[in-house]
Design a protein around this ligand. Structure first.
Ligand code: 13P
Length: 339
């Protein structure tokens, strides 16, 4: 492991004004996204859509890295360029989702544990040859009656740490993603408590597995009220609760925190990030690694029509630019309507 190289990649991914595009939807997830716009999930449609995203002119001003999926990392643009090479040509770092999904945890009703450790060493080696310089593994934590249990959290934190150690061994920066879901009726305080416990366990396991934190990034949820909670925190409350939770749990050796959007609207995700970056000094870069919050406007502009590609790319560039502004706490809602 060359920790200097890992740290340099991690720092490039959270360079000022930039963040990550999560375009690593699995087969079933991209099918769901395409259904929303009436497009069938054929291999060619998936390829064409990803080409639209990755070939957007000027996008590297705001996007530092893209997380790909196993199918996508092997696909080519219409001029025959493999996607990782297309991204590199744009100055964007290719990454790869390597987990095999969150599956029901045996003996723990309602909880999930993420699979994919078997054979991971070999897969990481293959992905690095294909151009991946960073990876992602997502653990899913649901809040409900009696869940999460401490053993459920322990199992997920352990898997995240084993994944992270294997990544570093392979010369790949691990993005450690424990996502506390915003489904359900829990309060913002409960989300804060669970997120604190999750992150504490994750950092204990990472230390146990001798993971070098300077060569990692954290991808957490923001601390928000459950979607069905009657009391929703406003922007400043979400920013304050999230920063407080992170300060109490995430060591300063971590170069950056790249939030997921997790079901927030594109605008909320941008507002929250901007508020956090405007709220004072923190030891890490606070950035984004959004999937839906970057892509929803693109999908709606595209609708699977080749004639809409330019409009869709403009929508992507605009959303990325707003999040780029949020990196400096400089987003304002008036920027939403600017052409
Ligand atoms: P969302 O921003 O849509 O939550 O996706 C980010 C991601 O990569 C989830 O694993």
């Amino acid at each position: 492991m060359d920790i200097g190289e890992l740290e340099s990649v991690a720092r490039s991914l959270v360079a000022p004004g930039k963040g990550i595009l999560a375009a690593d939807e699995s087969g079933p997830t991209i099918e769901k996204r395409f259904q929303g716009i009436g497009v069938s999930s054929t291999e060619e449609n998936r390829r064409a859509y990803r080409e639209l995203l990755f070939s957007t002119k000027g996008i590297s001003e705001y996007i530092s890295g893209v997380i790909l999926y196993d199918e996508t990392i092997r696909q080519k643009s219409s001029d025959g360029t493999l996607f990782p090479a297309l991204l590199e040509r744009q100055g964007i770092i290719p990454g790869i989702k390597v987990d095999a999904g969150a599956k029901p945890m045996a003996g723990f009703p309602g909880e999930k544990v993420t699979e994919g450790l078997d054979g991971l060493r070999e897969r990481l080696e293959a992905y690095r040859k294909l151009g991946a310089r960073f990876a992602k593994w997502r653990a899913v934590i649901d809040i409900g009656n009696g869940i999460p249990t401490s053993y459920g959290l322990r199992a997920n934190a352990h898997a995240l740490a084993r994944y992270a150690a294997l990544c570093q061994d392979a010369g790949i920066v691990p993005i450690v993603e424990p996502e506390v879901l915003m489904d359900g009726g829990h309060t913002i305080e409960r989300c804060g408590e669970v997120t604190t416990e999750v992150l504490s366990r994750v950092y204990a396991e990472l230390a146990g597995h001798r993971v070098r934190l300077e060569g990692t990034l954290l991808k957490p949820n923001m601390v928000v009220s459950g979607k069905k909670c009657p009391v929703q925190g406003d922007v400043s409350m979400v920013a304050e609760c999230t920063v407080r939770t992170l300060k109490g749990t995430v060591p300063p050796a971590v170069p950056g925190i790249v939030f997921l959007s997790g079901g927030q609207t594109p605008r909320q995700a941008t507002e929250h990030l901007s508020a956090m970056n405007g709220s004072g000094k923190v030891p890490w870069e606070l950035s984004f690694s959004y999937g839906r919050a970057l892509q929803d406007p693109v999908l709606k502009a595209w609708m699977g029509q080749p004639g809409n590609v330019t409009a869709a790319q403009n929508a992507f560039l605009h959303r990325a630019k707003l999040n780029g502004a949020a990196r400096a706490g400089k987003y304002t809602p008036a920027m939403e309507d600017a052409a």
